[in-house]
Design a protein around this ligand. Structure first.
Ligand code: SF4
Ligand code: SF4
Length: 91
């Protein structure tokens, strides 16, 4: 089933999405990570990078802010926080 849902790695990089991210964005706290890799696996944009415990991060040029990574993290080590991108654009 997941093979149908999962995006091919880097496929989203043809479609830069950072300019229309939702009002939330993920923050990886890097404190409780157990290196399960689920966030990276579930991300529909293939934009989570990292291979080591507490070292995962996001390429925000491609993140949509869907929240799946935070939803699936078994250690609640990813938080969805306000997207400051719009605020930054106005400055
Ligand atoms: S919020 Fe969605 S698109 Fe962004 S890193 Fe998490 S799973 Fe990927
Ligand atoms: S889902 Fe959570 S615990 Fe698993 S690798 Fe990602 S940040 Fe670490």
């Amino acid at each position: 089933m997941f093979s149908i849902l999962a995006a091919k790695p880097k496929s989203s990089q043809r479609n830069k999405t950072g300019s229309w991210r939702s009002t939330k964005m993920p923050r990886f706290n890097g404190k409780e990570c157990i290196n399960c890799g689920l966030c990276k696996f579930i991300c529909p944009e293939g934009c989570i990078v990292g291979k080591e415990k507490n070292q995962y991060s996001v390429d925000f040029d491609y993140c949509k802010g869907c929240g799946l990574c935070a939803y699936i993290c078994p250690k609640n080590d990813i938080e969805m926080v306000e997207n400051k991108q719009e605020e930054n654009k106005e400055k």
